[in-house]
Write a protein that binds this ligand. Structure first.
Ligand code: NAP
Ligand code: F7E
Length: 363
């Protein structure tokens, strides 16, 4: 039985990867951080399974990393932990650098210090944000990097330190340069999830309007569940190499809104430009989407489009056989429609109960 250690197991990708590796018969260990709330929504269904174990460790704390590496002695380490929100990296640049840059070094050096360098394979969650202010479209493994946020600059260090440890110490260490991947488990402040949740709430009368930033920004969006398969495949190759993982298709934030609202039963049309652009319900004329400067970034990456040819060729991972853009939007909207419906039902139950208590029907 192989043993894997996943940092960031409570995140979107960590939870899907843990499920995948458990299905493959791995003994799966994940790192968690102390939090005042003990409920870990994305992995609650895995906790208590015999081959699933959790350990406290923080990428900012070398001692906790060394401790967990010594205890688990993993065959494979998947470093998914990060301050992963680009906009937040402008507000917390130092924390982002510590976790997303130095944190990678701490793990690699920890593997060496624990005498695991020959046995342990290392995967680094690298990102299309490295291409940033893009120098070529679409982007592949040879496209020059031009990071364009504190997050991307930190991740660039992560990418290069992985390459350095691979070459200097002959370690099996690789980066997956993953383009945006989303799911029903995506954090609620990333643009896709913000849109699907708002579409569901607006359709069910629980929200009036959605405020967004740059509607023209272009992304290459895929489904997170499909992308974690690649993380595993990358570590099963004979030689350690880096791969671009992408859908090979590009859509705007505006396109995402149109599809998401349609799935929720609302036909939108966009009118106006820039800060004055509005998303309007075609049937009622109601303005449902407005642009707010609050969601503009000091520097924004606006033209990401991945070329996954190498992954297709070498890993046999073909995005055309995976979840399509429209299917992804539908999965996310359907999950949020159900979530909002359950929340509404809960509210109704509470209202009824209060009424019954007041009238003395129940005591
Ligand atoms: P996510 O949902 O934000 O999850 C991030 C994980 O990192 C969480 O488990 C979080 O723990 C953990 N974490 C944050 N700071 C930490 C620290 N100091 N020490 C230990 N753990 C820490 O991110 P994701 O979307 O799953 O992405 C996974 C990785 O892929 C990240 O490295 C991200 O930068 C990278 N990436 C993501 C995408 C994408 O489109 N999703 C694309 C390219 C690369 P808590 O739950 O305790 O906060
Ligand atoms: O923004 C624009 C925004 O925050 C996408 C992370 O997983 O993928 C993710 O980073 C685009 C940007 O993701 C809003 O300006 C418009 O151009 O969903 P996002 P991201 O910045 O691409 C990469 C690959 C990672 O590595 C990261 O970890 O959408 N946008 N209006 C908005 N974005 C947000 N969040 N909120 C808005 O209201």
């Amino acid at each position: 039985m192989k043993t894997a250690l996943i940092t960031g197991v409570t995140g979107q990708d960590g939870s899907f990867l843990a499920e995948l590796l458990l299905e493959k018969g791995y003994d799966v260990h994940g790192t968690i951080r102390r939090s005042s709330v003990d409920f870990r929504e994305r992995i609650a269904h895995l906790e208590g399974k015999p081959n699933f174990h959790l350990h406290y460790a923080d990428l900012g704390d070398s001692m906790s990393i060394i401790q967990v590496l010594n205890k688990v002695k993993p065959d494979e380490v998947y470093n998914l932990a990060a301050q992963s929100h680009v906009q937040v990296s402008f507000d917390s640049p130092e924390f982002t650098a510590d976790v997303d840059a130095t944190g990678v070094l701490r793990l690699l050096e920890g593997i060496r210090q624990c005498g695991l360098a020959d046995k342990c394979r290392f995967y680094q969650a690298s990102t299309s944000e490295l291409y940033g202010k893009v120098e070529e479209v679409p982007q592949n493994e040879d496209t020059p990097f031009h990071p364009y946020s504190p997050y991307a600059v930190a991740k660039l260090y992560g990418f290069w330190i992985v390459k350095e440890y691979r070459e200097a110490y002959n370690m099996y260490a690789c980066s997956g340069i993953l383009f945006n991947h989303e799911s029903e488990r995506r954090g609620e402040t990333f643009v896709t999830r913000k849109i699907t949740l708002a579409a569901a709430r607006i359709a069910q009368g629980k929200q009036e309007k959605l405020y967004l930033g740059n509607l023209s920004s272009l992304r290459d969006w895929g489904y997170a569940k499909d992308y974690v398969e690649c993380m595993w495949q990358i570590l099963q190759q004979e030689k350690p190499e880096d791969f671009v993982i992408a859908s090979g298709e590009q859509h705007s934030v505006r396109d995402f809104c149109l599809l998401a609202f349609r799935r929720a039963g609302i036909e939108l049309e966009f009118k106006g430009e820039g800060i004055d652009e509005k998303g309007i319900d075609k049937n009622t004329g109601r303005i449902l989407i407005e642009v707010s400067k609050d969601f503009y970034r000091p520097t924004d990456v606006v033209n990401l489009w991945g070329d996954p040819s190498k992954a297709k060729r070498q890993l046999g991972w073909n995005p055309n056989e995976k979840t399509s853009f429209e299917q992804l939007v539908n999965i996310m909207v359907d999950a949020d429609m159900a979530k909002v419906a359950v929340e509404r039902a809960g509210e109704q139950v509470r209202t009824n109960l209060e009424e019954y208590l007041e009238k003395g029907i129940v005591k």
